[in-house]
Design a protein around this ligand. Sequence first.
Ligand code: ADP
Length: 445
Amino acid sequence: LHADLAPDLPRFLQGDPIRIRQVLLNLLGNAVKFTDRGEVQLRVSLTKMSSGNAAIVFSVTDTGPGITLELQERLFQKFEQADLSTTRQYGGTGLGLAISKELVVLMGGSISVNSQFGKGSTFTFEIPMRLGDQPKFRDGENQERRHSHRLSVLCAEDGLTNQMIIRSLLEEMGHDVDIVEHGVDAIKALAQRDFDLVLMDGRMPYMDGETAVRCIRSGGTSDIRVRSRDINIIALTANASQEDREKYLAAGMNGFLSKPINEKDLFEEIGRVITVLLRSGHPLIEMPETASEPMVLGPPTRSGDLHSIPAPFDPLEAAPSDSLSSWSHPQRAPASRLPAYSGDPSNMMQRIAKAFIEDAPQRLEAARINIMAGHAQGAALEIHSLKGAAAYVSLTTLQKKLEILEKLADSGDLAVVAQGLPEVETLLLEGISSLKKILNHPAHD
Ligand code: ADP
């Protein structure tokens, strides 16, 4: 894989890095996938430049099998119209290029293919961009792990453990977060007040993430209108396969974060969103140097009648001063000194472990009730949520078992799911008792 960047490319441009990256990933991914021998070449060049505007051309050339004329004509068509036999014949979802085209067009550009059957293909897209200035980041911002601006984030996520994690991470980074449990409440929240970013779980009760995003992009429901249909929405996905990504992109998501959420990825993704928002002229509040305005910690106060989670316990008071053994860390800064992202996960992990101990048995019970009532979907949802929570507290065996049961519940095989419950229950009880031990007797190191 070679990359050839023209020497006259402007150093700074104003564009949408998330979308450009997605298109490049699609094209480069295909090129590498289809090329058994030879090479893949990425070229980036400048074609036009006039009074602050530039047109940038990206091309991806491979020495793969090439594409027949007949297929070339259909390549960028939306999957709904695609001939099923193509998918069957060539594998894949047949979605990548249609989405690439959509993204390129959204950026005001165009995309085309030039291919000789048996010799290889070249995909080219051109995007107009404004010339940019060097971003005004504070010195050493990355080392400091501090975002330049504070975002108001809405998170739609039904699992208590996930909610805890996302709230902790975002607040420790200095952002403001409101949490709702499903798509319907997310839409209500977006109708009530302005947010800068939405983190949207895929699988939720009442309305899943994909449906919610489609609804938001179309302005809301007939009686609940969202304030901004263009808001940045990042999908939280447990199994972010290429297929999932394409599905979510097609629904209108702007990016992805894989669950379990990793703080570094979240930090970077939010940094990217801030850059994109600033570039587009979206007004943002600067991150205060010190946390003299403590908007963090404690139950949310300004969400009106939004469905927000109650704080199940006071994490800072309840937590022992030492950390869980596997997450042990030096003393954290006092809470009032937040919101610089401290990078210290120990307290958060204690919060998560406690949330898990409280929440997990209820989830299992809810799954059992759903199974008894013959509600496969409800059972799958509860099992899914418990699985995600198990991943966070590193109960891997339990997580794997639940993954199998979730699939079975998805396929409606509730009798088999029921047979698996006793084992899950044992694993859960064992897991909870080991978490309790660690919480009560934190390792000293
Ligand atoms: P997917 O890769 O998921 O099938 P795409 O829309 O990305 O979806 O591609 C659709 C089809 O176009 C592929 O299945 C393949 O047949 C063909 N194709 C795409 N890129 C190339 C390439 N670089 N070389 C040969 N065939 C390609």
